[in-house]
Design a protein around this ligand. Structure first.
Ligand code: MG
Length: 372
């Protein structure tokens, strides 16, 4: 079928509580920013990226979709995803201004919408279209109880609650404070609260330098930390190589890498142990597949970063054999016809046709922002 219209959108959806902070970011809403692609037989595919709900920045993404990509898509066959990805990503004047950043995440939203159309057309959930599920169970871990802005007593109570009452077998706790001792004290308290058998990952959001990370790692011995996420500045390959070799805690990263080539460099140089691609930061499902396959070839586990709050990643998790866990943050799930759901610590496999991105009309009515 033929693409007849590309319709950008911006949604700003509240986070849990009034706001959250990690070591680097503070936000009150999550941006669901993307487009709906309409075909000549009335079908609609939806794709989006995830943002910090900064309206001016979000409009750069929708402007890119509307003014750089829409004309390249209208009149094309929706099914030609690989060719259309190349056409948009390598369109010379757009490639000239950005092979990463705004142009790239805008392309990601387009690509996800095209895969959503393809899966709808096949009458299958995305994981089925891609080749079927390799697992009947995907373990979820909870990030939403671990923000740096959460007071110590609430952090401990929240960790205990999701483990004891909701069945989570994994949590992620934010670190990256100016005071390492404060972070270590919080981690020790969480470990005591959740017991020895629940996995605990940590995330510094790129805040620390190498000496700080090495000092922190010495202090964290005995806490059985599953991975140390974004310990250093995002592009510092050499620093991550040294930390991965010397720190004693497995290194995880990927949410700030835009391209398959960037991941290839980190993987080839031994700079990480857990690979964390984000389908909304990469240029969509097409590029995510390249990263997941590269990780798998290097025998590294894939644990996606949930810029989509796992609406799409849950499909990729059930499909791709390198996936070991799924990140869970519930902020935007009420927007979707088939929201990602965790029961007894496991993600539920989605069964509706499509990529899990269909936004309910009431979510548009409630959360949509003006495009100009
Ligand atoms: Mg992170």
């Amino acid at each position: 079928m033929t693409i007849i219209r590309v319709e950008p959108f911006i949604l700003h959806v509240p986070v849990t509580g009034s706001s959250i902070s990690d070591s680097t970011h503070t936000l009150s809403h999550w941006g669901v920013v993307g487009c709906r692609i309409h075909t000549d037989d009335g079908r609609i595919g939806t794709g989006f990226t995830g943002t910090h709900a900064h309206l001016a920045g979000d409009r750069l993404v929708t402007d890119c979709i509307a003014t750089c990509y829409a004309d390249l898509l209208v009149g094309e066959d929706e099914a030609d995803i690989t060719r259309l990805w190349q056409k948009l990503a390598r369109h010379p004047p757009v490639q000239w201004i950005g092979r990463a950043g705004i142009t790239h995440i805008a392309l990601g939203a387009v690509d996800i919408a095209l895969w959503d159309l393809k899966a709808q057309r096949a009458g299958q959930p995305l994981w089925k279209l891609l080749g079927g599920a390799t697992s009947d169970r995907v373990t979820a871990y909870n990030t939403d109880i671990g923000w740096l802005s959460i007071p110590d007593d609430e952090l401990i109570a929240g960790s205990r609650r999701v483990v004891e009452e909701e069945g989570f077998r994994g949590v992620k706790i934010k670190v990256g404070s100016a005071d390492i001792a404060r972070d270590l004290k919080r981690l020790e308290a969480v470990r005591r609260a959740i017991g020895p058998h629940v996995t605990m990952a940590i995330d510094a959001n790129g805040r620390w330098d190498l000496p700080t990370c090495l000092r922190f790692c010495r202090g964290a011995e005995g806490l059985d930390i599953l991975w140390f996420e974004e310990p250093l500045w995002y592009d510092d390959v050499a620093g991550h190589v040294r930390l991965a070799a010397q720190g004693g805690i497995p290194v995880a990263l990927g949410e700030q890498l835009y391209t398959a080539e960037a991941f290839a460099d980190f993987i080839a140089r031994g700079a990480l142990h857990y690979v964390q691609p984000d389908v909304t930061r990469l240029a969509g499902i097409t590029e995510y597949i390249r990263v997941a396959e590269a990780a798998h070839a290097a025998r590294l586990p894939v644990v996606a970063h949930a810029g989509d709050m796992s609406q799409v990643h849950v499909h990729l998790a059930f499909w791709h054999p390198a996936t070991t866990m799924l990140e869970y943050i519930p902020w935007i799930r009420t927007c979707f016809a088939e929201p990602v759901t965790v029961t007894d610590g496991d993600a539920i496999r989605p069964e509706q046709p499509g990529a899990g991105t269909a936004v309910k009309p009431e979510a548009f009515a409630r959360f949509a922002k003006s495009l100009s």
